[in-house]
Write a protein that binds this ligand. Structure first.
Ligand SMILES: C[S@@+](CC[C@H](N)C(=O)[O-])C[C@H]1O[C@@H](n2cnc3c(N)ncnc32)[C@H](O)[C@@H]1O
Length: 279
């Protein structure tokens, strides 16, 4: 029993520190996206799937002291962390489910949701395989004339000099997760325009933003990239050739002599795609 509790605490700490690291890694890009959205000062918004609440804080800074932002997440642990670490006078953090929001119709001037409504199997932690009911729910709680901002991490190039290896690694299931074989193509994230149109959002805009990753890398960036190498390709051994797996380990294992992040000219990038609509 004591071991079980210790494991639970350790899992919680690992999960939180992973989120902290990836949040810091993406901060500058997410901040510039928020700045580009002309979110009004004094407006009130919802961050649906706020995680540890750091991005909620960036949104709250944008609306200023007379605005208000609610950060909502399914995870009790994340909400607990967010309340203790990112709480300010104009933020409220609450537990909730994007499938069925606890707010009245027409409650918010805007709703922001980043990397949360990934369509996919519930077993992979996705809220739903069909995003349309969630988008409908978002539409319900936004005021007429209000905006929805849905964002997803949409691509990356992380192995400069090894385009074929990277392309082959990217054919594996963990690299395309949570989109799995056999899923309805309309449920893929790049069809967000279709989702918004289907639920009657107007003036739909789609835009992709790019984050550069340039050496010399900070300690946090190196750690974040290690997390990403593992997340995208760490489980791919059975789906690639022996040679590709050896090369992946040679380039992406921090203990390897050929570790790619030790390249003083390292350059990579990643993208976030935004789908915006007006109710
Ligand atoms: C990849 S994280 C993104 C968190 C945050 N938006 C960010 O970018 O740092 C996905 C978040 O969605 C939350 N989530 C998953 N299913 C949810 C649901 N049905 N309702 C609300 N939040 C959910 C998870 O707990 C997690 O915090």
């Amino acid at each position: 029993m004591e071991n079980e509790i210790e494991n639970t605490i350790q899992n919680y700490e690992t999960e939180i520190s992973t989120y902290e690291c990836l949040t810091q890694f993406r901060e500058s890009l997410l901040n510039s996206i928020i700045k580009s959205l002309s979110i009004h000062a004094e407006s009130n918004g919802l961050d649906a799937g706020c995680g540890i609440g750091f991005v909620t804080k960036l949104l709250a800074e944008t609306v200023g002291e007379n605005g208000h932002v609610i950060g909502l997440d399914l995870s009790k642990d994340f909400i607990h962390y967010a309340k203790n670490n990112n709480q300010t006078y104009n933020i409220q953090f609450i537990e909730g489910n994007v499938n069925s929001l606890q707010f009245d119709d027409n409650s918010f001037d805007w709703l922001w949701s980043v990397d949360t409504i990934w369509p996919g199997p519930k077993e992979l932690g996705c809220p739903a395989e069909n995003p349309l009911p969630i988008i409908k729910e978002f539409n319900r709680v936004i005021k007429p004339g209000g905006s929805v901002f849905i964002l997803f991490w949409s691509s990356q190039k992380l192995l400069p000099g090894y385009p074929l290896l990277e392309a082959r690694l990217n054919t594996t299931s963990s690299a395309t997760a949570p989109f799995i074989n056999g899923m309805e193509p309309k449920n893929h994230i790049l069809n967000g325009r279709y989702w918004l149109e289907k639920v009657n959002f107007k003036d739909i805009i789609v835009k992709t933003y790019l984050g550069d990753i340039i050496a010399p890398l900070s300690k946090n960036d190196r750690h974040a990239l290690n997390i990403l190498f593992e997340m995208f390709w760490g489980e791919s051994q059975s789906e690639v050739s022996k040679g590709d797996w050896k090369d992946f380990k040679r380039l992406c294992d921090p203990n390897s002599d050929d570790y790619i992040l030790n390249n003083q000219h390292y350059y990579g990038f990643y993208t976030y795609t935004l789908f915006k609509g007006t109710k």
